[in-house]
Design a protein around this ligand. Structure first.
Ligand SMILES: Nc1ncnc2c1ncn2[C@@H]1O[C@H](COP(=O)(O)OP(=O)(O)O)[C@@H](O)[C@H]1O
Ligand SMILES: Cc1ncc(COP(=O)(O)O)c(C=O)c1O
Length: 270
């Protein structure tokens, strides 16, 4: 049992050599926000899978099991939070369910944050077989679930065309056992804005997010990490957590957009 009040998270997500997704998106911001972060990389790819060539390795189940065993043998497996993201195999996701059980034996108050990374804009970017494992095994275990619109629709089998549809999907996710449901982005806004929604059954908040004219990768992983950290730092104040998460993301997304536009301008002048 840890007597230290520092929040400690085990983050099981992807790693990329070049770019920022998965643990590359999550670890540093979590450390800046006061978390001790232990990271396990489900994959080690050269880049995220939106690139033309995908090179690298996928962590084997027995390798994940060995890492978890090492943490337990050295008695450093006490965590306050558990965060999971990108994983390509149903078996590794089932293994994550058994890890939750182990970590909850060490800390019954463990908070499990599940980012059900499956796809976006109407298509999967991981094998379809992961969907039933998220839907039937991991989502019911989540204290906080952070799907984007596509992922929320896949998990519930419902579609959202308006706010009422989104609220129905949120209710369906609560009914699966999720305490806090956060739709990181939906297309329910208009051309200029996307909508984020956070609900913990007692209260529900909607936030209008000005869109930048670009598609970003890694933002969902950053969103999940920031939401988890701000939920802890605000003592689960849902409204403040959503506001601080989006404010941080908008600063980072704007900075990225401005820098990319600057680089494009220089390139066009060559
Ligand atoms: N084009 C964009 N313009 C402004 N903010 C964006 C944009 N794309 C993503 N974001 C920010 O990133 C957050 C998560 O984005 P989202 O697309 O839902 O993640 P993912 O699809 O990667 O899970 C959004 O809540 C928003 O704050
Ligand atoms: C290796 C890897 N990890 C994570 C992600 C998830 O990124 P996002 O945060 O945009 O959902 C992707 C998306 O393509 C990916 O290829």
């Amino acid at each position: 049992m840890s007597t230290d009040s520092t929040p400690r998270v085990l983050s099981i997500q992807s790693h990329v050599v070049h770019g920022y997704v998965g643990n590359k998106s999550a670890v540093f911001p979590l450390q800046v926000l006061g978390f001790e972060v232990d990271a396990i990389n489900t994959v080690q790819f050269s880049t995220h899978t939106g690139y033309k060539h995908i090179k690298g390795t996928i962590l084997k189940n027995e390798e994940m099991a060995e890492l978890i065993e090492g943490l337990a043998l050295n008695e450093v497996d006490y965590y306050t939070h558990f965060l999971t993201g990108y994983s390509r195999s149903p078996d590794s996701l089932k293994q994550i369910a058994s890890i939750i059980t182990k970590l909850k034996q060490k800390n019954p108050n463990l908070i499990y944050v599940c980012d059900p990374v499956m796809g976006d804009n109407g298509k999967m970017y991981v094998p379809d077989e992961v969907l039933p494992v998220y839907r039937d095994i991991l989502v019911p275990l989540a204290d906080i679930l952070t799907p984007n619109q596509f992922e929320a629709e896949q998990i519930t089998g419902l579609t959202m065309n308006d706010l009422d549809g989104a609220l129905k999907i949120i209710d369906a996710l609560h009914n699966k056992g999720v305490k806090t449901v956060v739709l990181s982005s939906t297309d329910l806004g208009d051309e200029q804005n996307m909508i984020g929604i956070a609900s913990n059954k007692d209260s529900c908040y909607k936030i209008v997010i000005p869109k930048f004219g670009a598609t970003f990768t890694g933002t969902g992983d950053l969103f999940a990490a920031l939401f988890m950290a701000w939920s802890h730092k605000t003592n689960k104040n849902l409204k403040l957590t959503l506001e601080k998460t989006i404010a941080t993301l908008q600063y980072i997304v704007k900075d990225t957009f401005d820098k990319a536009r600057g680089l494009l301008f220089v390139w066009l002048l060559r």
